[in-house]
Ligand binder design. Structure first.
Ligand SMILES: Nc1nc2c(ncn2[C@@H]2O[C@H](COP(=O)(O)OP(=O)(O)OP(=O)(O)O)[C@@H](O)[C@H]2O)c(=O)[nH]1
Ligand SMILES: C[C@H](OP(=O)(O)O)C(=O)O
Length: 218
């Protein structure tokens, strides 16, 4: 089995955080999130697919990952290229921005994989934050938009035995400043939280319709 982590090029990374973190900080946030994900994936083989040499080198040196230099455009094509370039049939696809995933989640997924063709963990907002496939070509890759619903539709129309893995922590993908708040609440001892604290970022509760956190930088 291989765990595939697709990663955007550095120059288009986490653009929704650019009002709050500069380019270098967004890159370092990515690297710390990847270190948290690596900790959850202990003992599993990781494959990183990206256009960016610096990201691929980080993956090789820090994650001990196989590097795949992305040739085409877009997330779905990046994953399909990874499918073509690995021999394994069984895959888990995890985005690079779910730092609250932990070893218990992976243990659960591996146990469930004995009984299901497809296991999917939704992100908040309708995305797919973990996708296990017993065979990599079981369904079409339909990331972006409400990909959770699209991937489920794919499973249903192929009569696959699928399992929805309901996890708040896996559902937290880091896309906006508001998302950083969850790291402070749930990410104790994570590399990601330590890095955000090193930037002087603090979080306070906000009870209003416009979000739940006040995120500040000193
Ligand atoms: N290899 C590759 N990975 C991608 C691509 N687009 C998105 N990803 C990755 O897919 C995962 C989820 O994508 P997004 O949540 O859109 O991440 P992002 O593109 O860094 O964030 P935004 O710029 O805010 O959209 C992240 O791990 C991204 O790095 C792509 O074109 N190629
Ligand atoms: C790639 C996309 O991520 P999101 O845009 O939902 O963060 C998805 O999960 O389909």
């Amino acid at each position: 089995m291989k765990v595939i982590i697709p990663i955007s090029p550095i120059n288009s990374l986490k653009t929704r955080l650019s009002e709050f973190l500069n380019d270098e900080e967004r890159k370092n946030l990515l690297f710390n999130m990847l270190k948290d994900i690596k900790r959850a994936l202990e003992g599993l083989d990781i494959v990183v697919v990206s256009k960016d040499e610096e990201i691929l080198n980080f993956a090789k040196n820090e994650l001990n990952a196989q590097m795949i230099k992305e040739k085409y455009k877009g997330l779905n094509n990046a994953i399909k290229q990874a499918f073509e370039e690995i021999d394994d049939e069984e895959v888990i696809i995890i985005p690079a921005d779910v730092p609250l995933i932990n070893k218990k989640h992976i243990e659960d997924i591996l146990n469930l994989s004995k009984h299901y063709d497809l296991i999917i963990a939704p992100s908040r907002g309708g995305g797919t934050n973990l996708l296990y496939l017993k065979s990599k070509n079981l369904i079409e890759m339909k990331y972006e938009g409400f990909s959770f619903l699209k991937h489920l539709e794919e499973a249903k129309k192929r009569n696959l035995k699928y399992y929805i893995y309901d996890s708040f922590l896996i559902s937290v993908d880091i896309n906006t400043p508001e998302d950083l708040g969850e790291i402070f609440i749930h990410g104790d001892s994570s590399f990601t939280k330590k890095y955000l604290e090193s930037l002087g970022i603090t979080v306070e509760p906000k009870h209003s319709s416009a979000g739940r956190f006040i995120i500040r930088r000193e």
